[in-house]
Design a protein around this ligand. Sequence first.
Ligand SMILES: [Mn+2]
Length: 364
Amino acid sequence: MEDVNGLAKEFLALLEGREGERHAVILQDFPDPDAISCALAYRLIAGERGIETDLIYGGRVSHQENIAMINLLDIELIEWGQEPIPTGQYAGSIFVDNQGTTANLTGRLEAANVPTLAVIDHHAKQNLLQPLFQDVRAIGACASIFVSYIEKGALELKSSKLEHRRLATALMHGIISETGSMITALPQDFTAAAKLQPFIDNELLMEILHQQRSHRVMEVIRMALENRVIREGFCFSGIGYLRSSDRDAIPQAADFLLTEATVHTAVVYGMVTHSNGSESINGSLRTTEVALGPDSFLKDALGKMENGNFYGGGKSNAGGFAIPLGFLSGQDDEELARLKWKAYDEKIRTKFFNKIGVDNKASE
Ligand SMILES: [Mn+2]
């Protein structure tokens, strides 16, 4: 068990004497509500101490629920794009809900000599960065870690303050969405939610949660349904090519496939074309099987890249992977594009079938 009091104290000590500094708060490339709410929490906590913050990420926010959250709660996130980070712009970086391995800004921060001040996360320890302060806990939502700081005096929440009500609503949304509506929540997450409850805006929360699916997402789900192959409770589906702006449809399709009666684990993947022309296979795993362990499942099934990093990883009920195409990237004629997808689709399916011990050739 972590010394939560000690960690909160250490966190607050880190912020002491930093008045006037500007910090880069780094979210993973495809920020989710948990990450967004943590970044907002850091902004308010640091703001109280005269520290300015930019909340930045190197990918895209495309899930309509996340876009709604940002708009309805008026959260200012900066999509950084491909630009380098100017030297001297930031006195330090704070990684929330990630440890630098899922944020493509990590290398650029290093190139700009921005010191890593803190890593605050709830995924398995990755040891990529050497921060001054680290708080990596096994907990349902990273947002609950920030609530524990707030409880220990990082911020005095007041219902009379609009920005505090918005923060509480964001953190509650982060906890709810990250824990599958509290199903995978731990006692600490319930404690955090209880702490937030008096400050949240119920109507706003309802509005954020009830976003309808876009036409593009519906199309990706249709493809995922058509192409799915089910073996031993596992459902695999390769959906072909999609634009990077539609990447968030992949986990939504996996969520949907998981609702089929005989399925306990769903894996959906597709060939994503990025704005710079490069391509990668991106995939999502969702499971209701407590014993599966998405992190080791994906690491075992897909293995490592040449640089030693794994293609994928995860947490208790979800995981993701990205396989860069490198030399094979780029616009091709229809036939070559079809062959390229077919080769990757077969290879990935075979790897998963090998992992679960079934024969790729066996009929349905
Ligand atoms: Mn999280």
